[in-house]
Design a protein around this ligand. Structure first.
Ligand code: LLP
Length: 387
């Protein structure tokens, strides 16, 4: 079973592989639903460019009126080039360089999500030199577990991200002395690929406590940025091609204390773009192994590093032989690393050299994390309108 049409498969067969396929119809539908669900509660969404920063994709996202969440100066520049207004851009990251901060200041971005007292000092100095006031949201570490892979957990005290609770008093005193910084909000992000909505409920409860602390100190907080992290279904990309944004937003509506005049911001990446992308590859060789055969693809960890890096699961489909007798394969790439493996002991239809293979749900953290290791060429992206 596959969601690709015969017509698409014919086109794929004529196209040099590997390549990234993007279903712009599905992206459109996802964005329509996201917009409708966010608007129900007046929530603002900043799309996290780190998930996929391809111009056709981010331009479409901008057309729906969403903002941009950036984590580097180059992402800020890319967002501006794609037409995002500075006032719709937020800029996060534990290690912003002076040049990157200047880029943000030049474009009068909505806010710098600040992660340390040291960074506040540098932003203040640079803003002063440019005669500007930098809008800043403090990224606080809520010490909430996201129940996800340890490499994509960010909201625990042991992680490098954010300002810890015990540092708050010092930060607030410090802010009083910084003349070129305006505190506009609080920022949180607990991790990525979170499928248990209870983690977000715990986050809301923690944010409510932080808010009370600021209220007691009579420090006004205009924006609450609750980050991203909503997970997708990698196992059944066609059954769940669009995430249940409604239930996700409802958690925040039900559990987050929002004071009059405050706006709530989200930074979703994966949930917006992951299911719209697939990596299309061809089988180079079928090699006999001891327990399983090896299906050696022309795509490798250079095009999709998630399985090697996070032991991540991506559904793999043979588009040339969809319903044949099953055989067990280790699906691997051509890179000189044992971790260059997309899936172990998978039951797939009997496969031969030249068959087309789709690795699904690669729209997020696929192409952006590609590399030219082994001097591999950067592969192309193609955009299809079909839903
Ligand atoms: N906001 C902040 C501050 C973040 O650090 C991230 C992701 C996001 C928003 C967007 O999170 P999302 O909605 O996409 O989960 N390469 C990994 C994921 C790394 C996520 C890093 N931060 C992967 O392939 O799973």
């Amino acid at each position: 079973m596959t969601n690709f049409t015969e017509n698409q498969i014919n086109i794929f067969n004529l196209t040099p592989t590997p390549f990234y396929y993007y279903n712009m119809g599905l992206l459109d539908l996802t964005l329509q639903i996201l917009k409708k669900e966010a608007e129900k509660y007046g929530f603002e969404v900043h799309y996290a460019l780190k998930a996929n920063a391809n111009v056709p994709i981010i331009q479409k996202i901008r057309e729906y009126g969403f903002g941009a969440d950036c984590v580097s100066g180059n992402e800020v520049t890319r967002a501006v080039e794609a037409g995002f207004e500075g006032s719709k851009i937020v800029f996060a990251g534990v290690g912003k360089s002076d040049e990157e901060i200047i880029t943000g200041l030049k474009h009068d971005i909505h806010s710098f999500n600040c992660e340390s007292i040291q960074e506040l000092d540098v932003i203040d100095q640079l803003a002063g030199k440019m005669g500007k006031t930098a809008p800043v949201a403090l990224r606080l570490n809520p010490n909430v577990s996201a129940n996800t892979h340890k490499y994509i957990t960010t909201g625990l005290e042991e992680n490098k991200f954010g300002i810890n609770q015990w540092e708050l008093e010092t930060i607030v005193e410090k802010l009083k002395t910084l003349k070129n910084i305006k505190l506009i909000g609080l920022h949180f992000h607990i991790g990525s690929q979170i499928t248990d909505l209870n983690a977000f409920k715990s986050l809301c409860i923690k944010i409510n406590e932080f808010q009370l602390w600021f209220k007691q100190k009579r420090i006004p907080i205009l924006n609450l940025n609750v980050g991203g992290g909503l997970g997708i279904d990698y196992h059944e990309p066609d059954l769940h091609s669009i995430v249940d944004f409604g239930s996700f937003f409802r958690v925040f509506h039900d559990f987050l204390d929002v004071y009059p005049g405050q706006t709530v911001h989200f930074e979703l990446g994966r949930a917006v773009v992951a299911q719209s992308g697939s990596l299309i590859s061809k089988v180079l060789y079928i090699k006999n192994g001891v327990n399983t055969d090896f299906m050696i693809l022309d795509a490798g960890m250079t095009e999709l590093i998630r399985p090697a890096l996070y032991q991540a699961f991506h559904k793999i489909e043979n588009l040339s032989n969809k319903d044949g007798k099953l055989q067990r394969y280790d699906v691997v790439g051509p890179i000189c690393e044992s971790s260059d493996c997309f899936g172990k002991a998978l039951n797939l239809p009997i496969t031969k050299r030249g068959d087309l293979i789709a690795i699904r749900s690669t729209g997020a953290y696929g192409e952006v994390m590609s590399s030219n290791y082994n001097l591999r060429e950067k592969v192309k992206a193609y955009y299809f309108d079909k839903l």
